[in-house]
Design a protein around this ligand. Sequence first.
Ligand code: ARG
Length: 459
Amino acid sequence: RGQAMWGGRFSDRPDELMQAINVSIGFDRRLATQDLEGSRAHAAMLRKAGVISSEDAAAILQGLETIGQEMAAGTFPFREEFEDIHMNVEARLRELIGPAAGRLHTARSRNDQVALDFRMWVREACDRTTAQLKALQGALVAKAEAHVETLTPGFTHLQPAQPVTFAHHLMAYVEMFGRDASRFADARVRMNESPLGAAALAGSPFPIDRQMTAEALGFDRPTANSLDSVADRDFALEALAAATICAIHLSRLAEEIVIWMTPQFGFVRLSDAFTTGSSIMPQKKNPDAAELVRAKAGRLLGSFTQLAVVMKGLPLAYSKDMQEDKVPTFEAFDALELSLRAMTGMVADLEPDRERMAAAAGAGYSTATDLADWLVRELGLPFREAHHVTGAAVKRAEQLGCDLPGLPLADLQALEPRITAGIYDVLAPGASVASRKSYGGTAPDQVRSQINRWKDILA
Ligand code: ARG
């Protein structure tokens, strides 16, 4: 017997460089749990199908059990000479139970084995991420509930646009993260078919029961085409795409926290728990966690791109290129899960400054649209004309150095003589917000119903 599993065909040992480029145990040991689970289901199925004896099956299951304990205890010997997690487990099984170990790989190849293990890993990662998304949404909803009446500027082009409430702004992210969760759920449905039993690529001549292993491993059904089963990694690409979109949403919220935290804005404070100081500038309180969440989006997109480029142009079925699917996927989910947890912590931690936000909500002539709408409603002006009159009012206020509510009635009447004092009722930011009662609008009652809807969904 040679060194490797395929010793029969080989007489020489691999070059050191061959081993160095080939070895994957350093990262695919993260598939250990899935590998053992898959092997247990496979062994039980082989016994039921009469492919292996009950004694061999019992020995294999016993050995796998021991290996599981060794892994939990941290005593399992991960060895580079056995290349990957699959051969490490099999080699250890042989040491533990002898030649019966060699029967476990009947009607199976590492090609369907790795496709199975990796699919199960990605499936679990999607489930973990979904739970973390829910936790983040819960933190956002809780913060929103406390700020249904807190005014804040709504921006376009990062220029003051129209006043909104802080709750409304936070609930916008709850919607985004809700769609992220549904993308993971959709991906999971397509992912949830078992490739086990596709064997190397063509299926197996043994009377295997793929339905049985699929069910045992929590899949909805076995995959329908054996070539596709071992050649496809679109389940990972789809999960990475969903993860990347989620990271982009996180990055936008992180960027807003960074902006809100500046002394120039001064909209929110983060406690010492989510900020860092400077080694030279004693006054500093930096939003490093938010900045790092913002940056992780780059990693996520990098991971998606990496796997997409590995997969493009690969002929069917398995090629070793596909071993490179794992590192970007592991890294992407590690980064995403950490970002989600850090963001959840920051959202719970952040303390809005109501006064500063309210003052900013009214600055920059943010109720100009309300003025124009009043002219349309009360005087019957066409909107374009009302827009023109309002523009002139803003210009006049700029000349006088006042805001719109501070503009004297005489100056307004100089632009449009029919304007009455009633117009001042709509020029305060609170009135502007309260008036936007259309479905999904920023009026407190509308935002309250958004909040209640999400509380039901998240409960
Ligand atoms: N370590 C390999 C991977 O991750 C397992 C599959 C190897 N199959 C093969 N035919 N060389 O892709």
